[in-house]
Design a protein around this ligand. Structure first.
Ligand code: SF4
Length: 329
C-alpha cells in the first residue's frame, strides 16, 4: 500500500500552493475519474488536494455569455435554463455523457481534464506512451475500434473521451485558470494538445494550475446549436462519433457554421476544413456531404476503426441538416 496525503483546500490560492509544493500531487473534485485511476494504479499522486470546498460551483451570467464555475456539477449545468436556452448543444452533450449518478458528482473542470478510455492506458501493464513515455503504443497493433482517426501520431491514437468538450470547442469557450504563475484565460482550441511525440502531455497546464471556470462566449448562433452522439448502446457509453453543430442560413446560403467532432480525434476536433467549405455554400445535403468529406480526408484509420470515416461523414450531414431545421437534436 502506498501512503496518500489528503489535504482539503479552503481557498483557491491555498489549493494551488499545496498542489504546487508537491510534484506528485493532484486535485480532487468529483473524483469520478481520478479515484478510478488511483485504484487502478495508473495515477499515483502522493498528495491529493480536495478542492470541493472552494466557491467555484456557480454559473454566473455575464450579460451576453456565461461563466461556469469549474466545480459546477454536470447535471446542474445541463439543467441550468440559461445553458439550455443559449447553449443547447452544451446541455445536450452533458446529458448524453456518463450516467445520472456520475453527472451528479462529476465537475465541469474535471470533465475537461478526464483521461482517455484506451484500455491499454488503464490496465497498468501494457506498453503505453501516454502512461509511461517511451514504452510504446499497444493500440497500434491491438484493439483500436474506439480509437482516433484524426490527429493521431505513431506514438498514440487514443481519443479524448469528453462529450461536453466537443460543443465547447465548437463555440470557442475559454478556460480560466489560477496557477503558481498567476491567472490565465486559455482559448479551448489551445487547451487540448495532439499527441505528436509527447502523448503524455495533454494540455498546457503547469503543475499546480487549477481550472476555476469555463466561459461560454456571447454567440447568438449557439442558440440553435445541437449535439448528436452515436455509440454502441444508448446510455452510459462513450461516443464512437459525435457532432456539435450550429449553422446560420440566409436565402438558402450558409452564412456561418460551427462544427466539432467527438470520438474520432485525439482531441475534441474542431472541423475547420468543413466550416470553410460550408460558409457561402448552399445549405443542401450535397454540400454538407462535400464538407464532411473534406474534413475526413486527412483521416488515418486502423483496420478496426475504418468504419468511423463513413460514420462521421453521415453524422456530420445529419447534424448540419438538423441544425438548419431549428437546432433540435
Ligand atoms: Fe497508450 Fe495512446 Fe497507445 Fe492507448 S493509444 S496505448 S493511450 S499510447
Amino acid at each position: 500500500m502506498r501512503p496518500l496525503r489528503y489535504a482539503r483546500a479552503t481557498d483557491v490560492d491555498g489549493a494551488v500552493a499545496t498542489a504546487a509544493a508537491d510534484p506528485d500531487s493532484a486535485f480532487l473534485a468529483g473524483g469520478t475519474t481520478e479515484v478510478d485511476l488511483i485504484r487502478l494504479g495508473v495515477a499515483r499522486p502522493r498528495t491529493l488536494v480536495d478542492i470541493n470546498a472552494l466557491p467555484l460551483a456557480d454559473v454566473d451570467d455575464l450579460g451576453a455569455g456565461l461563466r461556469v464555475g469549474a466545480l459546477a456539477r454536470m447535471s446542474d449545468v445541463a439543467r441550468d435554463p440559461r445553458v439550455v436556452a443559449r447553449y443547447p448543444a452544451v446541455a445536450q452533450a452533458l446529458l448524453l455523457g456518463a450516467s445520472e449518478q456520475l453527472r451528479n458528482m462529476a465537475s465541469i473542470g474535471g470533465n475537461l481534464c478526464q483521461r482517455t478510455r484506451c484500455p491499454y492506458f488503464r490496465d497498468d501493464v501494457s506498453p503505453c506512451n501516454k502512461r509511461e513515455p517511451g514504452s510504446g503504443c499497444s493500440a497500434l497493433d491491438g484493439i483500436s475500434r474506439g480509437h482516433a482517426i484524426l490527429g493521431t501520431s505513431e506514438h498514440c491514437i487514443a481519443t479524448h473521451p469528453s462529450d461536453v468538450a466537443v460543443p465547447l470547442v465548437a463555440l470557442d469557450a475559454v478556460v480560466h485558470t489560477v496557477g503558481p504563475s498567476g491567472t490565465r484565460a486559455i482559448p479551448i482550441g489551445d487547451f487540448y494538445l495532439q499527441p505528436g511525440t509527447t502523448p503524455e502531455a495533454e494540455h498546457p497546464l503547469e503543475h499546480g494550475e487549477l481550472i476555476v471556470a469555463v466561459e461560454l462566449p456571447a454567440l447568438p448562433l449557439a442558440r440553435r446549436s445541437l449535439y448528436l452522439k452515436y455509440r454502441d448502446r444508448q446510455s452510459y457509453e462513450f461516443a464512437l462519433v459525435s457532432v456539435a453543430a450550429a449553422v446560420a442560413v440566409e436565402g438558402g446560403v450558409v452564412t456561418a457554421a460551427r462544427l466539432a467532432l467527438g470520438g474520432v480525434g485525439t482531441v475534441p476536433w474542431r472541423a475547420r476544413l468543413a466550416e470553410q467549405r460550408l460558409v457561402g455554400a448552399p445549405a443542401t445535403a450535397e454540400r454538407f456531404a462535400d464538407a464532411a468529406a473534406a474534413e475526413l480526408a486527412p483521416a488515418r484509420p486502423r483496420p478496426d476503426n475504418a468504419f468511423k470515416v463513413a460514420l462521421a461523414q453521415r453524422a456530420i450531414v445529419r447534424g448540419l441538416t438538423r441544425a438548419t431545421q431549428g437546432g433540435r437534436s
